[in-house]
Ligand binder design. Structure first.
Ligand SMILES: Nc1ncnc2c1ncn2[C@@H]1O[C@H](COP(=O)(O)OP(=O)(O)O)[C@@H](O)[C@H]1O
Ligand SMILES: [Mg+2]
Length: 229
């Protein structure tokens, strides 16, 4: 295994949550490598630590112990500002609940995070349009988020995640709120991003059919990787 193909390295990652005076273990020493260009599904029962692992991978939360290397950089050595920059530039997030801004057009939903990131208005507009076209919703650019279907909402959310052309997409239960037909459409699209655009994709799902889209499945149990296939 060559180091330059490595995108993610987890080295004995532990995460404990504190509630009052007690500590609850969520991750119990996970070591794992994900290569650039992989499409990986994290699977496992509720409470097994999937979302906790995703928030560490997304630099949204730090481990209690252990090291996380992203792109060769040790994340715990970075400042809060540097972590924010990595999140904005290198990671696209897709959520189960879409997390779109209400009463706002699809175009603005993609544009606004870029404007907060100090991208110039004209460039943000052009990029937002380009990504909306990529997800096949250019004709809905002036629709507000309550004027599109659930499947379309998730496509807008994916377009937003792609705005800064991140090399990594993290999606936690991206099809959790969609019916089978829409789920398959979203997964076909995510697979296209992986195969044709070379984007590394990590999704969380507890559905075997959805996990089937990935090249590799990591099965978690009690905060550990139990097996993979
Ligand atoms: N913010 C939190 N505070 C306390 N405990 C948490 C928190 N988030 C998750 N947990 C606990 O950590 C364990 C793993 O949770 P989670 O990562 O959400 O699992 P999954 O996504 O696989 O359902 C569970 O026991 C859960 O109750
Ligand atoms: Mg979860």
């Amino acid at each position: 295994m060559q180091a330059e193909t490595e995108l993610i390295r987890l080295d004995k990652i532990t995460k404990n949550y504190r509630i009052g005076h007690e500590w609850f273990p969520a991750l119990n020493g996970i070591s794992h490598v994900i290569e650039r260009g992989e499409f990986v599904a994290i699977m496992g029962p509720s409470g097994s630590g999937k979302s906790t692992l995703m928030s560490i991978l997304g630099c949204l939360d730090g481990p209690t112990a252990g090291d996380y290397f992203l792109n060769g950089k040790k994340v715990s050595d970075l400042s809060e500002n540097q972590r924010t920059e990595i999140r904005n530039r290198e990671i696209g997030f897709v959520f189960q609940a879409f997390n779109l801004i209400p009463r706002t057009t699809t175009l603005e939903n993609i544009e606004l995070p870029m404007l907060y990131g100090n991208v110039r208005k004209k460039i943000a507009r052009a990029k937002a349009l380009e990504k909306l076209e990529l997800v096949g919703l250019a004709d809905k650019k002036n629709n507000r988020t309550n004027q599109i279907s659930g499947g379309e909402m998730q496509r807008v959310a994916i377009a937003r995640a792609l705005a800064n052309d991140p090399p990594l997409i993290l999606a936690d239960e991206p099809t959790g709120n969609l019916d089978t037909k829409r789920s398959n459409e979203i997964m076909d699209f995510i697979r296209m991003l992986n195969r044709e655009k070379g984007i590394t994709v990590i999704i969380v799902t507890h559905e075997p059919d959805i996990g089937g889209y990935a090249q590799r499945r990591i099965h978690m149990r009690d905060g550990l990787i139990e097996r993979e296939n």
